[in-house]
Design a protein around this ligand. Structure first.
Ligand code: HGY
Ligand code: MN
Ligand code: MN
Length: 418
């Protein structure tokens, strides 16, 4: 039985109901990782999965696995999923779409009484966004062996310093299942593109060939606090002036490697943050991205040189710390082909694309054959409360997800990479 289509209206209703948890006045969603709102979203997802007959398990990083049995209980599962945590000014679709598209796959197969050879598991990964707890993708990162369980649990909230482990305990999602180490037949993730390419091309489906590499930095600039009045300009060690020159350099480095380089400063703390005291300390973050590792390395070199020069000219000290790195990640060719076949079988217009954003699929690609399917979002905007997508695109993406999953869930169990 091929070319099954999902129930797009049911998917949309689920997305809208999930979006009510953490809804913001501007129509977005704020459901930061491991807050009570994240807990409430997780509980709603689990209730829906149990109503759909899934067996739900939670691992020690709070990752949730909703399993739909197949004919062969010993066959490695085909996994799909994403995340329910959001940015502070997030939208209704980033993450939630991939989770609820996975649930819609299960619901559609239930409607048809369709039994797959291998089990299917829908996953919610803990702390994909990396906003409250940094870096990003910690739940999938521990699952894939990129971070140790202890590192993951010890990761502190960027402001309050409460740890992920303590928050998992507090919200009741400190599971008992080991994190990772299980065979996985394949992993597919559906996501909005979060950029302008598919919408501009008029294509409802993106066949994601891989994701660009990322480098995150933490930069501390140290000057000298002094009085804003009696301190002559030439004697100042103004940490904010030094940081401002560095932040401008970050932007110039991004523009210096067109068309793909991305360079962002999204988090800045100034101390003592008093109107009439010269800032003595500035902490800020840098997010670099590029699809080629060599260019990421060159951007690193340029950043360190610019920071040294800005520190010299502003008479301050600077510490540049690389906080997180993952290389450009190609997805599994057979899984990418399965996504492409599923789109073509439906007659959906599609194009290949590289993901500008990081996703849990990037880490899952280290332990299982992995691919993603993208759908457009309005004006290419995401990580913004106005984030929007068309119900028909979301439905088409979910149908592609379903048929790609079926291809792998019914393939002879060729064993799976750990
Ligand atoms: O930063 C990212 O690319 C993702 O949204 N965590
Ligand atoms: Mn996401
Ligand atoms: Mn995101």
């Amino acid at each position: 039985m091929r070319n099954i289509q999902v129930n797009g209206d049911r998917l949309w209703r689920s997305l809208m109901e999930m979006a009510e948890i953490g809804a913001t006045p501007k129509g977005g969603v704020c459901r930061l990782a491991l807050t009570d709102l994240d807990r409430d979203g997780r509980r709603l997802f689990i209730r829906w999965c149990e109503e759909a007959g899934c067996q739900v398990r939670i691992d020690r990083m709070g990752n949730i696995f909703a399993r739909r049995p197949g004919r062969n209980p010993d066959a490695p599962a085909v996994m799909t999923g994403s995340h329910l945590d959001t940015q502070p000014t997030g939208g209704k679709f980033d993450g939630a779409y991939g989770v609820l598209a996975g649930l819609e796959v299960v619901r559609t197969l239930n409607d048809l009484g369709y039994e797959t050879e291998a089990p299917i598991e829908v996953v919610v990964w803990t702390n994909e966004e990396g906003s409250r707890f940094s870096p990003a993708m910690i739940g999938s990162g521990v699952y894939a062996g990129v971070f140790s369980l202890d590192e993951g649990l010890a990761t502190p909230d960027n402001v309050t310093r409460v740890t992920m482990g303590a928050e998992l305990q507090r919200i009741g999602f400190a599971g008992s299942e080991p994190c990772g180490g299980r065979k996985v037949a394949a992993y597919f993730e559906a996501h909005i593109e979060q950029g302008p390419i598919l919408e501009a091309a008029g294509k409802p489906i993106g066949i994601v060939e891989g994701a660009q590499g990322q480098r995150w930095y933490e930069i501390t600039v140290t000057g000298q606090e002094a009085h804003a009045g009696p301190t002559p300009m030439r004697r100042r060690k103004d940490a904010l002036v030094g940081a401002a020159r560095m932040i401008d350099a970050v932007n110039r480095i991004g523009h210096a490697h067109p068309p793909y380089a991305c360079a962002t400063v999204g988090f800045v703390q100034v101390g003592p943050n008093s109107r009439n005291t010269i800032p003595g300390r500035v902490f800020f973050t840098v997010d670099f991205r590029h699809p080629e590792d060599a260019v990421l390395t060159e951007m690193d070199r340029e950043l360190r040189e610019a920071c040294r020069e800005a520190a010299r000219s502003a008479q301050v000290e600077v510490e540049v710390k690389e906080f997180w790195y993952f290389p450009p990640t190609p997805f599994d060719k057979d899984c990418v082909a399965a996504v492409r076949r599923a789109a073509e079988a439906q007659g959906y217009a599609s194009q290949s694309i590289i993901s500008g954003a990081g996703h849990d699929a990037v880490y899952m690609a280290r332990v299982a054959p992995t691919a993603m399917v993208f759908v457009p979002c309005k004006d290419g905007i995401s990580h913004n409360e106005v984030e929007d997508a068309k119900p028909e695109d979301l439905s088409m993406g979910c149908t592609v997800l379903l048929n790609a999953i079926l291809e792998r869930a019914n393939a002879p169990a060729e064993g799976a990479r750990r």
